[in-house]
Each structure stands twice: as C-alpha cells, then as structure tokens.
Design a protein around this ligand. Structure first.
Ligand code: COI
Length: 359
C-alpha cells in the first residue's frame, strides 16, 4: 500500500446494542456499534484503516498521549433530513481544522478526502442510530492521539486516529433555553503564541477547574477573557460567543487564542446574507456590561457544534449579574437557531454548499 493510501477494512459487529430513547439522549452518553480506526507510523504513513466494532483500545501505558498530551479532536454531526436523507454539515471543514490542529501539535495530517469517504461509510453503516427528533443528531468525534511508547519529550512517531459516534440531544441541561454564564477573571484558557486555536485535549483539561467552580456557583459555563489583560472577551468553554449591541452582531476575531468555530463561520455568513451589520473585533467585558446596563445589548449567544446556538440569559462579572433580553431568547438568536437547524436537516436551500448528502 502507498503511504497515505486509505484502504478501509469492514468488520461488522456480531451483536448490536439496544438504541436509547430518543427523547432522553443528553450529550455523549451512548455510543454506536462501530467505529473507524487507523494507525500512523513514520515508516508506513496511515495504514490499517478499519471500520470495526466499537471496543476498548489496547494502549501501552507509556503511550505518549498519557504523558505529554498530544491529542486533538473534532466534533461534527449527521442528521436525518425531512425526506429521510442522511445529511452531514460542513464535515470537510472539520477535517481540515483537525489538520490545522495536527500541524500545531506536531502530529501527522490526515488525508481529508479519503477520511471523508470512510466517515460517510461509517455514518451510512450506523444510519439507524441517527435520531429523528428535533434538536437531536448523531455526533461524530474524530480524534487523534500519540501512541508511541516512549518517555522522552518529542513528537510521537506513532498515532491512532479514530471516529466514534454518539446520538445526542441538547448539550446543556437547559436544552436550547438561555444559559447563565460566569465571566472568568482569574483563570485563563489560552495565551498568544500558545495552543488556544488548536482543538487539543489540553485546552479542555485546563478549563475544567474554572468550569466546576462556576457550576458550583450555579452557572452553566464560563466566558473566558484574554490572558494578558483579563479584559477582552475570547470564547465560552464550549462555543464561540456573539453579542448584539445597537443592532450590530459582534464576535471576537480569530487571533490565535480562540477556536475557529464552524458554527461561528456559519453565523457570520448567514448574518451577512441577511444584511445584519457584522463586526469581528476585539470587545472588552466592560463594554458588554455597560451595554447590558444602558439597554444597547439586546442579545448574546454561544455558537458551536454541540451547543448549536445557545442564548445567554445572564452574565455574572466580578460578583455583579446582568440580565440579557430579560433572560429570554432574542430574535436574531432564534432566527439563527432555526436557520441552522433547517439547513442541517435539508429544509432550506443551501447556497453555500454546507450540506453533504450521505444517502
Ligand atoms: C463541539 O462543539 O463539538 C465540541 O467539541 C465542544 C465540546 C465541549 C463538546
């Protein structure tokens, strides 16, 4: 086999799992019957690609991912269209972003087109797992980890790439209702020159302390500020963030410390299509709090694959809580939520070619 050529074996599971109740899915609690795996080594490139039964891995305790954290991942969804079609939303963008994360983390890039084909095959095989209820989808988690057994600090010479899948409902316990967000002014997520824009496991590990502290205080998530001045807004723990101030849609720019969200990009494009004024600019927490107080902040929402569009009903900063749109979902948030869901399910024309039909 040539280096990077992907020849996928199919090994079907002998027993299939019982499918969960579609109305009680939560997020990431159930896993389908099969997964895609493939290995990389310097000598062979990508090899041993297989769609096989979902199962534990056997990994050496010295595998470098356990010690030095070379781990990157993606999140994307497959949907059941109104006409029964199996659809995916911007999947190639996710695979390309995985490759950008790979470069930052000194990991090998995946062959995007070939993995796309294999991923479509996996989704088709597991089509009965795609939930049909509104707001639900089949979530895919492409992941790459360093598997070489070695303790010297350097890039691993071996990797495992896999895709597991999980039928999911809303990410937050609130469903798609407004969330309460804690503005984190002590801990930081990412520094300029760091790995903030890579979708790497360590970024999430580093966020867990702030998240749990915020949750103990009754908040759903944290809103991160920049690491140098604790002043500029960055992103929410699970999504990018948007504000509507004086009818302008504002989101922080991609400067290397935040994730280049695919839902973020869809929101910006849709807003421009609808002639909404859009600004990708630095915005301080002080500006947001002042706008909440003088009434010019009409909406705030998070945008991400798992979170979809999640309105923010309340922000707490330095002990002071401000309510946004009286804690209700704003008109633009709702319009974006409806449009993105409809696009994903094939209920709206798709001028930007974001949808892929699997079958
Ligand atoms: C996603 O939105 O797909 C993510 O990876 C965020 C994660 C915290 C669930």
């Amino acid at each position: 086999m040539l280096k990077n050529e992907l020849d996928v074996r199919l090994k079907k599971a002998v027993t299939l799992k019982e499918k969960p109740d579609q109305d009680k899915l939560g997020f990431g609690q159930y896993f389908t019957d099969h997964m895609l795996t493939m290995k990389w080594s310097r000598a062979k490139g990508w090899h041993d690609a297989e769609i096989g039964p979902y199962a534990d891995f056997q990994v050496d305790p010295a595998a470098m991912v356990f010690h030095y954290g070379q781990a990157i991942f993606e999140g994307l969804k497959a949907y059941r269209g109104a006409d029964g079609a199996i659809l995916m939303y911007r999947p190639k963008d996710n695979l390309k972003r995985l490759n950008r994360s790979a470069v930052r983390m000194c990991m090998p890039r995946i062959p995007v087109d070939k993995v796309m084909q294999a991923m479509k095959g996996l989704v088709y095989l597991e089509r009965d797992w795609i939930p049909e209820s509104e707001g639900a989808a089949l979530y895919l988690r492409p992941t790459m980890v360093a598997t070489e057994a070695a303790l010297g600090l350097r890039p691993s010479e071996e990797y495992l790439f896999f895709i597991i899948m999980s039928p999911v409902g809303a990410y937050y316990a609130e469903g798609f209702n407004p969330t309460k967000i804690y503005v984190e002014d002590t801990y930081v997520r990412a520094v300029p020159g760091g790995v903030g824009e890579a979708k790497t496991a360590g970024n999430y590990a580093a966020s867990v302390k702030a998240l749990t502290e915020a949750q103990h205080k009754g908040f759903t998530q944290v809103l991160w500020l920049d690491a140098l001045e604790h002043k500029y807004i960055e992103e929410v723990g699970t999504s990018n963030i948007f504000f509507v101030i004086n009818d302008e849609l504002i989101t922080p720019p991609l400067g290397g410390t935040i994730l280049a969200g695919i839902t973020r990009d869809s929101v910006l494009q849709l807003a421009r299509d609808w002639d909404v004024e859009v600004a990708e600019r630095r915005i301080t927490i002080d500006e947001v709090i002042a706008a909440a107080k003088d009434g010019s902040l009409s909406e705030a929402f998070g945008a991400g694959t798992a979170a979809v569009i999640s309105p923010v009903g309340e922000l707490c900063y330095k002990g002071e809580t401000v309510s946004i749109n009286e804690g209700k979902t704003g008109a633009l948030s709702q319009k974006l939520f409806d449009a993105i869901q409809s696009l994903q399910r094939g209920l709206l024309p798709d001028p930007h070619n974001w949808r892929i039909r699997v079958a």
